[in-house]
Structures are given as structure tokens and as C-alpha cells.
Design a protein around this ligand. Structure first.
Ligand SMILES: *Cc1c(COP(=O)(O)O)cnc(C)c1O
Length: 393
């Protein structure tokens, strides 16, 4: 290993994958694993103290997104919220005698994209809207795609790879004037930028606790009053019958506490994290040639930097930086084992060979200037070394 090797450094720059759980959140959860272990459906005091905890979490979760508590359904996370929103809305429309055309985009998270593909196999028609080179979904094409048989529009609030914020308010206006239900996956928005369901004008909105310093395996779906929605699972009458199953009370308490703190700290954290991100991007562009910031010209959440480094592979950069104690992510989808370029970067119009060089740096509340500067010290060396070795000239 080079002299720059550092076995003890552990710098976490991968907050769009998951975040550390705040210690206040862990503390709030602990009693619900221990003495307050009851079932929230029980009418005795063990049940009641759990029911009260659910109510409080529902209030703080609702407050984070400008919803009423009765409009919040707890789920097992972003993936389930997206599935419930899309499958549930389509089912409800079909039952009402409507059809099942869905409008979504090319850059959605797999929880949305693969759900839509699955429904395509069940006879739904899906329109996948492309985006501009900036990373913003083509509003003109979205408008054209809406037809009298459109049941649902599902477009994410902020993209997990580029951080680009989508014009959800405008999309909702287009869809709702035609009576189309609107869902947004706000998993990368909640806790990073102000999110208000009234302002966005959406009917359904997904969030996930582990993306804003809460525990994994818990999230919520906002369901505007009166939105036609059917459950995906069958069982008890929990969560208004929309999500049966004994509630994950410790997890939900963690979600509620994470939401409460996220709302309180939002302004300060946006400023801190945005400052670090700008410093990192400026430094990286100054010190390394042939690098672009994907989505850099569009409105973005303040923590995400999608860098595309010419002539080398993002995965190689990520692995080398990992050896040096920096945790980032490469844009490539390695699900197949093959090193394929990110479909999001391809959707932005990047040449697949260039898109191979995609890396994602996603900062968080506990990152520091020193960490960014240490990264800026190592990153140019890593790129230079890999370019030396690279056959892609
Ligand atoms: C992480 C993520 C999800 C999935 O959330 P889980 O809670 O991990 O299931 C969905 N959408 C986006 C945009 C995400 O970043």
C-alpha cells in the first residue's frame, strides 16, 4: 500500500445509501425493546403505552412533511412505501372501473422502476419519461404522456445518484388537473430539503427512516385523505387496514424521533452540508482534470455530488478510496456482477464509456471540513494512479 494508506481513517461519504443512527434516536428506541415491549393493539397498559408511542411518532413524522397524522401509514421502509403507493393506487383505480396507465421516469429508484415493470407484466401500460441532460425529467413529454386512462404519475422528489430535485409541484399540477393520482418517492428529499405535501400537491409520498439518521427497516407512506388506495398485504386492521401486521414499535419510535430532529436541524444542516459539498466539488474540479458534475446545473439536494471521471472506472476509484479509509459509492449497478454504467447517468445522455467513471459522494450532518480536505488530498492521487494504469486513453 502507498504511504498515503491509512488503516484507521473511517470517513463516511455514502449517506444516500444509509446514514448513521443518531444517538438520541437509539436512546428513544431502547425502552421499546425492553420494558415497553407490548403490542400496540392490546387494550391493557402495555398496549396503551405502545399506542401512545405510535401516536407521537405519527405526529412528528407528519410534521416533517406537512401532513396530518391520520395521513401517515407506517411501513417497513422506502421500498415498501413505493410498492404500496404504486400497486395500491393501480389496484384501487382498477376496482373503481378505471384503467391502469402509469407515468414514471427513466431515473427512478428500482423500488419504483421494477414495481412498474412488474405491473407491466400484469397488463398495465407504463410510460417512462426521459430526462434532460441536466437530470430534470422532461415536463413537456410528461404532459403529453398523460391520457384519460392514466391512473398514476410516480416521479421521485430527489434522485439518489445525482441529487437532482424534480419539479414535483409542476408535475402535480399537470396530473391533478386531469384527476390523476400523484406519487413521489421523497426518500432522498426528507431531512435534506423542506418537504411539504401541501406545497408539492402530491397524493402519496414515500419516506424512509434510515436515510435521515433513523433505523433501517421502517418508513412511511403519506396518503392524502380520500386518495383511492388498496392494501398490498392482507391481515389485521393495523394502519387503517392499509398495512396489516403488528407494528414495529421500536422502529417507528426511531422514525418519529429522527423526523423530529430532522425538522429541527434542517436549516442548519442544509447550510453545513451544502458548504462541505461545494468545497468538495470545487476542490475536486480544481485538482483533477476531465471530471464533470452530473446534474450540477440543476437544483440539487445539498449533500450529493455525482462526479464522472474520464478514462477510469468508478468502481476502481471507490475500491481504492475504501482502502484509504473513505467510503463513497460508484454509480455502477453491480447486481449482475458485471460493471455496468449507471442507468441514471445514461439517462442524462452520457456516453456509456464515460458513465463508467461515475462516483457518488453523499455527505451528512456529522462530516467535517477536515474530512473533506483529507479526501481532496487523496482523490487526485487515486485518479492519477488509476489513469496511469488505465487502458482507456
Ligand atoms: C434508499 C431508497 C429507497 C429504498 O428505501 P429502503 O428504506 O431502503 O427500502 C427508495 N427510493 C430511494 C430514492 C432511495 O434512495
Amino acid at each position: 500500500m502507498s504511504a498515503d494508506s491509512n488503516q484507521t481513517r473511517r470517513v463516511y461519504f455514502d449517506h444516500n445509501a444509509t446514514t448513521p443512527v443518531r444517538s438520541e434516536v437509539v436512546e428513544a428506541m431502547l425502552p421499546y425493546f425492553r420494558e415497553r415491549f407490548g403490542n400496540a393493539s392490546s387494550i391493557h397498559f402495555f398496549g396503551q403505552e405502545n399506542r401512545d408511542a405510535l401516536d407521537r411518532s405519527r405526529e412528528s413524522t407528519a410534521a416533517l412533511i406537512g401532513a396530518d397524522p391520520e395521513e401517515v401509514i407506517f411501513t417497513s421502509g422506502g421500498t415498501e412505501s413505493d410498492n404500496l403507493a404504486i400497486r395500491g393506487a393501480v389496484r384501487a383505480r382498477r376496482r373503481l372501473g378505471g384503467s391502469s396507465h402509469i407515468v414514471t421516469s427513466d431515473i427512478e429508484h428500482p423500488a419504483v422502476l421494477k414495481t412498474c415493470r412488474d405491473l407491466e407484466g400484469e397488463g398495465c401500460r407504463i410510460s417512462y419519461i426521459p430526462c434532460e441532460g441536466s437530470g430534470v425529467v422532461r415536463l413537456d413529454l410528461l404532459d403529453k404522456a398523460l391520457t384519460p386512462d392514466t391512473a398514476l404519475v410516480s416521479i421521485m422528489l430527489a434522485n439518489n445518484e445525482t441529487g437532482v430535485i424534480q419539479p414535483i409541484k409542476e408535475i402535480s399540477a399537470l396530473a391533478r388537473s386531469r384527476g390523476v393520482t400523484v406519487h413521489t418517492d421523497a426518500v432522498q428529499g426528507a431531512g435534506k430539503i423542506p418537504v411539504d405535501v401541501g406545497e408539492l400537491g402530491v397524493d402519496l409520498l414515500s419516506i424512509s427512516a434510515h436515510k435521515f439518521y433513523g433505523p433501517k427497516g421502517v418508513g412511511a407512506l403519506y396518503v392524502r385523505r380520500g386518495t383511492p388506495l388498496e392494501p398490498v398485504y392482507t391481515g389485521g386492521s393495523h394502519e387503517c387496514g392499509l398495512r396489516p401486521g403488528t407494528e414495529n414499535v421500536p422502529g417507528i419510535v426511531g422514525l418519529g424521533e429522527a423526523a423530529r430532529i430532522a425538522k429541527k436541524e434542517l436549516g442548519r444542516e442544509m447550510k453545513h452540508i451544502g458548504g462541505l459539498r461545494d468545497r468538495l466539488e470545487r476542490g475536486a474540479l480544481e485538482r483533477v482534470g476531465d471530471v464533470i458534475v452530473a446534474g450540477g446545473a440543476a437544483p440539487r439536494v445539498p449533500n450529493t455530488s455525482s462526479l464522472v471521471v474520464a478514462r477510469i472506472e468508478g468502481e476502481a476509484i471507490t475500491l481504492r478510496l475504501s482502502m484509504l479509509g473513505f467510503a463513497i459509492s460508484s454509480g455502477s449497478a453491480c447486481a449482475s456482477g458485471a460493471n455496468e454504467p449507471s442507468y441514471v447517468l445514461i439517462a442524462l445522455g452520457l456516453d456509456p464509456a464515460i458513465a463508467q467513471g461515475g462516483i457518488r459522494i453523499s455527505l451528512g450532518a456529522f462530516n467535517t471540513v477536515d474530512e473533506v480536505d483529507a479526501f481532496l488530498g487523496s482523490f487526485p492521487k487515486v485518479v492519477a494512479r488509476l489513469r496511469e494504469l488505465s487502458p482507456l486513453k
